[in-house]
Design a protein around this ligand. Sequence first.
Ligand code: SAM
Length: 235
Amino acid sequence: MQFQNSKNGFLMLDQKMNNPKFTEALSEQWINYASNHSEPIPEILIELERETHQKILQPRMLSGPLQGRLLSLISHLINPVSIIEIGTYTGYATLCLAEGLQEKGIIHTIDSNEELVPIQQHFFNKSAFKCQIKRYLGAAVEVLPELSGPFDLAFIDADKVNYTIYFEILLPKMKKGGLIISDNVLWSGKVIKKADPKDESTIALQHYNEKLKNDSRVKTVLLPFRDGLTLSWVC
Ligand SMILES: C[S@@+](CC[C@H](N)C(=O)[O-])C[C@H]1O[C@@H](n2cnc3c(N)ncnc32)[C@H](O)[C@@H]1O
């Protein structure tokens, strides 16, 4: 992109980069390249992604292949005894995170949507982690206080307006040296602009991102990866 050698060349590039179709196609190519040069996706996850797209509303919510491989890698690095996930959806990230669990480790995963239970059950039972996944059906603000921890790894990926509440409930339950991962913190880029006063999710995420940056109980890096993924290491 730096190799344009004339003013016109730069102008043309500028125009192209301002064209959402061009940047979308470019980033799709980058993502495909990155996926093709990362660890292969386990067969069960390929099937789960396909079935989610065929049968479930809003398949965009699923973590997806590249983020899934990153979550799996992080989990392997931590090699957790206990993981907590807020927002199971169809269980894609649950299965990715479970890959790094210790032999007797457990992943606890919470979701409030009853309609997702059959697909979660089907794929969890089919997986190698059948006995290591504990599902909870209900609102996370009610379920979370009932779970005692301590957790080595947490994945916050449910309703954005409650991220700060989830973080505050979770933090005392985390092991020192544990990691809290928060998804969708860029919210399709909406967080960088002045939010519509009615857009509660964007406003909540803007506060959440600011809070994590200034919270001395964690060391935080916000990665511009996919829809934004924040890693907060518990000091
Ligand atoms: C983005 S999806 C989770 C995706 C999943 N973690 C993955 O990576 O494949 C968000 C999920 O949070 C659930 N959810 C939303 N609000 C919730 C709440 N208050 N309590 C529990 N779950 C909630 C939704 O039902 C949805 O399944």
